[in-house]
Design a protein around this ligand. Structure first.
Ligand SMILES: [Mn+2]
Length: 424
C-alpha cells in the first residue's frame, strides 16, 4: 500500500484554517521561526525493523492484524510512516530477523519509498536454529574462544549485509553478563569483550562506525559486561575513533541523570546516537514521551547546546533511532507517536533562549535559569511540528490521518488478520 499525495493534501486542506490560526499564535512569539522550521524539516528518526510487528513480553504475544510478513512489507510500513510524517526516512535492520536476500531489490524498494538504511544491528543474545555453539553464557565475553569467534563472525557478517545496503554503522548490544556473584571474573569478561570488539572493529570499512550500547540489567540480573556508559566509553576509547557509545533511554537505572551523560559523551566526541523510548521502571520500551516528556526535553536541550558548541549538524551527525516495541498498541500508531514526541522535544529545545540562560548561569540565578528552560518546555510547539511536516508534503496530524485513511484496515485486507512479524 502506498499513499497518494492528493489524499494527504485533502486531509490537510480540511484542517488548514484551524492549523493556520494555531500556528500564527505560536510563531508570533518566536524570533527565529524560519530557522526552527528548517531544522525541524530536515530532522529524521530511523525506524527499527523489529518495531513494526506487535511486541511481546516474556509471558506471551498478542499479534495484531495486518502485520508485515516480510522485510519488503516492513519497508512498506516505514514508507507509510514516512509518507505521513516526512520524518522517518530510514530503517534500521536487525540481523538475523531481517536478512536482505536480494540487497539490490531491497535497496530499490526502500528508495521507492524515499528511505535509506540506518545502522545494522547484530544479535548474539539469542541462539538461532542452525547455530553451532550456544550464547547461554554470553557471546563476545565468553570464556570459550570458539564461542567468541562465532559471535565475532556473526558481527562481521552483519557488516557485510549492511555494506550491501549502504548502511554506515553497526550497533552492538550484548546481553553478556552474569546472574550470580562468583559466576564471572569481571576483568576477564571485559578483556574478552574488548578483544572480540577489536576484531570486529578491524573488519569495519573506512567510512563505518561501531556503536557500543550499554544496559545495566536484564536478561542478566547480577552483572552486565557492558553495563553503563562508563564501561561502553572505556571500550569505545580503547577501540578508536570509529567507536562510540550508543545511549538507549531505557537502559538506565531509575533516577539516572541521562542528560548529563549525553552532555559529556557529546563533549568527548563519543556520543554515537540514540535509541529512543520511555520507561517507568526499567527497559519498558514504552512510547517515547509517554512517561517523562520533560526528561526528553532536557536531553534535547543538552544535545542542541552541545552540538551547537561543536558546530555539529543536528540532523546528520548523530544516529537518531527508535527502539521500542509494543504489545497493546498498533505498532505504526506507536511509532508515529514516538516520532512526534521526539520532534516536539527537539522543537522545544530549539526555543531555549541560550543567551539568557548563559547569563543566568553566570549570575548563579537559579530561579531564572529554571524559568528559561520551562518557558521553552511549556510552549505548545505542536503547530510548529505540524507546519514543518506540511511544508515537506506530510500530514498535519499523522495519527489522525492514519485512522481517517483506514490504513490498518487496508493492510489487514492485503495481508490478512493472522500475521506475525519476525522479531521479539
Ligand atoms: Mn536499544
Amino acid at each position: 500500500m502506498q499513499l497518494e499525495k492528493y489524499t494527504i493534501d485533502e486531509l490537510n486542506h480540511q484542517q488548514a484554517k484551524k492549523h493556520q490560526w494555531r500556528f500564527n499564535g505560536v510563531a508570533a512569539d518566536i524570533s527565529n521561526i524560519d530557522d526552527v522550521l528548517k531544522k525541524l524539516g530536515v530532522f529524521n528518526i530511523a525506524i527499527p525493523s523489529w518495531a513494526l510487528g506487535t511486541g511481546g513480553t516474556r509471558f506471551g504475544r498478542f499479534s495484531g492484524g495486518g502485520e508485515p510478513r516480510s522485510l519488503e512489507e516492513k519497508i512498506e510500513d516505514v514508507g507509510l510512516i514516512h509518507a505521513l510524517n516526512k520524518s522517518s526516512n530510514a530503517i534500521s535492520l536487525h540481523i538475523p530477523w531481517d536478512i536482505p536476500k536480494n540487497a539490490v531489490a531491497i535497496k530499490a524498494l526502500a528508495a521507492q519509498h524515499g528511505l535509506h538504511f540506518d545502522a545494522v544491528n547484530s544479535n548474539t543474545f539469542q541462539d538461532q536454529k542452525d547455530q553451532k555453539l550456544s550464547y547461554k553464557f554470553g557471546s563476545l565475553h565468553h570464556i570459550d574462544k570458539a564461542v567468541r569467534k562465532q559471535a565475532i563472525e556473526h558481527n562481521i557478517e552483519v557488516i557485510k549485509y549492511g555494506r550491501q545496503l549502504e548502511s554506515k554503522a553497526i550497533s552492538v548490544w550484548l546481553s553478556d553478563g552474569s546472574n550470580f556473584p562468583g559466576q564471572l571474573n569481571f576483568r576477564k569478561a571485559f578483556q574478552n569483550t574488548l578483544e572480540s570488539l577489536e576484531e570486529i572493529y578491524a573488519a569495519l570499512p573506512d567510512d563505518w562506525k561501531i556503536w557500543v550500547e550499554y544496559k545495566p540489567y536484564e536478561p542478566n540480573f547480577y552483572s552486565t559486561t557492558i553495563g553503563d556508559w562508563g564501561q561502553s566509553y572505556l571500550l569505545a576509547n580503547k577501540l578508536g575513533a570509529k567507536a562510540s557509545t550508543l545511549v538507549d533511554l531505557g537502559h538506565h537505572l531509575q533516577g539516572t541523570n541521562i542528560e548529563q551523560i549525553v552532555s559529556l559523551l557529546l563533549m568527548e566526541g563519543k556520543l554515537a546516537g540514540f535509541h529512543f523510548n520511555d520507561s517507568k521502571y526499567g527497559d519498558d520500551d514504552l512510547t517515547v514521551g509517554s512517561i517523562n516528556p520533560y526528561q526528553l526535553f532536557l536531553i534535547f536541550n543538552e544535545l542542541v547546546e552541545g552540538m551547537d558548541a561543536k558546530g555539529m549538524d543536528h540532523a546528520t551527525s548523530i544516529g537518531w533511532m527508535i527502539d521500542a516495541s509494543h504489545n497493546v498498541k498498533d505498532p505504526i500508531e506507536d511509532l508515529l507517536q514516538s516520532v512526534q514526541a521526539i520532534k516536539i522535544a527537539y522543537a522545544q529545545a530549539l526555543l531555549v533562549d541560550k543567551t539568557a540562560l548563559v547569563t543566568a548561569q553566570n549570575n548563579n540565578d537559579v530561579t531564572l535559569a529554571q524559568e528559561i528552560l520551562q518557558q521553552a518546555y511549556r510552549t505548545d510547539v505542536r503547530p510548529l511540528v505540524a507546519e514543518a511536516s506540511l511544508r515537506n508534503g506530510g500530514t498535519l496530524d499523522p495519527i489522525g490521518a492514519f485512522r481517517k485513511l483506514n490504513i490498518r484496515g487496508n493492510l489487514i485486507k492485503e495481508r490478512g488478520l493472522k500475521t506475525v512479524a519476525t522479531g521479539l
